[in-house]
Design a protein around this ligand. Sequence first.
Ligand code: HEM
Length: 502
Amino acid sequence: YTWPSPQLDALESFRYDQLGFNGHFVYNFIDPCTAASEGTPTGRSTAADWIRTAYHDMATHNVTAGTGGMDASIRFAEEQARPENVGDAFSNTLNQLLTQANRYMSIADVLSVAAIAAIENCGGPDIAFRGGRIDASEPNAPGVPQPQDDLPATVASFARQGFTQTEMIGLVACGHTFGGVQHSFFPNTVPAGPNNTDVVSHFDTTYVTFDNNIATEYISGTTQNPLVVGANDTTNSDGRIFGSDGNATMAAFAASADLYASTCADLIARMVDTVPDGVTLTEVITPLPVKPDQLVLSLTDDTLAVSGQVRFWNQTEEVPGIVVSFVDHAGEATNTTLAFKGLGSAKAGKYTSGWYAFGPIALDAVAGLASLKFDVGGVVEDQGGVGFAIADTVVFSTTSCAVASGGWRLDVAVRTSVNVTRLYMEQISTDSTNRVVVVETDIPAPAGPPVQPNAAYAIWSLALTDIADEFEAYDVAFEVDGGTKGFSPVVTWPGLGSFPPC
Ligand code: HEM
């Protein structure tokens, strides 16, 4: 995709800025892959929890009715309390991941990325990820298969979820390369240990690693999988599932680690892309080679100050001398050299990126800013000629201030050459079910002749009094010509708490 796209940029960032500079701290929960949630017994794995959570969220899907699927309904206590969702994987996972959702990335998107990352970062293949899931407002109908279900019921359950019998074998084998069964939740399947009850019986010998040992151990007859060789045959669901085609699928997986990996990459992608009717997913998110980020534009009198960061994908060390050009509306450029900030990484270090910063650079406000481009050792990076478009239509005005009697005045500078017909503040909040919601407040157009700090901009002001949290995040958006929605490129609007006195 072409930068900027607020939604795709946010999804790309969560997916590919994992550890290191500008990383998302939640990836520390699965680094290393042996990591387990605090307070859980030995032998548990957070990566496994994340994968199981995604499956149980999806497994309510009804392919005929078009209901259920990856919609984060697993976050509801009512769903977690069902016998089909016994265990602590779900509460552990949601405690870690719930707050990662933002206005462009639903909780279900976060759970999907998490399951994919758990597999990719712990030895698995690359998996295609799309965003755009919508979070359910209430629990879905029950429907997750359980170990005591007989084979016809299990096959029927997977068919309802949208998977054939062969795909059922694959999906279970792909999930059960991680983790195991806990005695405390499945005492009839996993007996207590001689000295304690904190026993986890693993599906294969490499329970924190994606590999085809789940199949090789099963085919060779050495498996200790508690859902294959458990003392209680009623709950040997993996045994019934794996054997349901005469072991053909499992034998093929055991014979070829590559076949197992490529099958799992397809099935896990399909699992997280299983969504209720009416949800349209984005394109597959791939890392942008060059990505501006964290932009702040602010206006003071005649000066437009611009600062930001840029990420270059696939850099393993600092590349000195990268130049950024700020191209104004007349096509004239102002250049400066980027400052190196650090390295980021994704997929347990398989990919690395270099982060740089610029600014604040003082530009002439009337000439404005239309786009950025970069020069990396003589190679021009401008998204194939289109540049990195920056809409300087709506920027923060440093005349914004805190009113002595309480409240704030948010001043927004609007470029007068653009027909802005609506300007509004968007405050980010959560509803009673933890979904991120955006509350819009119109910023009125100036009633009389506008305050004009220079020939190109007019100030629109919003008096704010009833803000619960002065550090709350907000954006400012606008409409042009009565409809078309525009986004300010300003990623981080200065917090109200930082406004100087009026
Ligand atoms: C008939 C279908 C399935 C049954 C009956 C089943 C059953 C179970 C049971 C009983 C556990 C133990 C949970 C605990 O003790 O906390 C478990 C764990 C797990 N399941 Fe499944 N499962 C099925 C399908 C799947 C699928 C399709 C996936 C993913 C693709 C999956 C992924 C996992 C993972 C990763 C764990 C380990 C969780 C952990 O160690 O925290 N399962 N499963």
